[in-house]
Design a protein around this ligand. Sequence first.
Ligand code: MG
Length: 316
Amino acid sequence: MNEGAHIASAADAVAAAGTAGTADGVGTAGAADPPDRRRAALAGIRALLLDMDGVVVLKGAPLPGAAEAVRALSRRGTPFRVLTNSSLWSRDSLSGLLSKAGIEIEPTAIVTALSASAALARRRWPGRPLYVLAGPDALREFDGQWLLTDEEAAAGGPASAVVVGDAGAGFTWPRLNAAFRLVRGGSRLVAMHRNPWWLTPEGVTLDSGAFVRALEFATGRRAFLVGKPAGAFFEAACESLGVTKGSADGGRDAVLMVGDDLRSDVAGAKRVGLRAAFVLSGKHGPADLAAARARGASLLPDVVALTLSDVVAALD
Ligand SMILES: [Mg+2]
């Protein structure tokens, strides 16, 4: 699909939707912690990291109460960043899409696996050629960097790195074969994320993690992971909030990750010392949490809530 059309259709869906559809977890209120338990678990939280899909929006439409919850954070003066593995759109476009949904978040308050990958490439391979598998709008994050065309990549580059994001229908065999040949020839393989699937207006949808795995399988090389659950991704977001490991006021324990994915959001955040709220408004539900508990997972959420709104209401 044409990327511009995709953005326009997503924007229309967001603009047209007054309320989001009912997510898996909503309606299973018993799975969420009661308010007093939520307040106790969130005592001392001073900054938030918000996942986007399943927390603020779902299937391109705003989740109920999300816009007001974001406004409440601003009113409270509680700093936050959106921390998302989204790699389809630049931060400017994401901010615009959210604004059409009534959710006002500046591009500078958004950290994406895409923007972090572009920043990594700028640091690691300044002025060097890259082959980036991503949509046209996503490529805006790589402004000023040397990007190979498909023809140059197919001709053998060379490239310092092959960077894989969400290319959607752009994951064609010629592009994947060019990427395979470059990595086999020595280019570093960088994965914006490894998400296996996500929820779109059309339902469960294949994500770019499957293509990363394909390239790893064929080349025998392991990709460098940029997005969640990589610890460096959370740490960079904390630094942008002015929170470092040993900083006063609780350090990372005063930062709360709010997410709908038990592995990428919750376990990833817990591993680097953040607190984590699991919301039931997205892709994972009570059954996934029960399964994680049953298998003895150690990186479980500090609090379970139905929505972002319920999390913000429990802050002290
Ligand atoms: Mg999510």
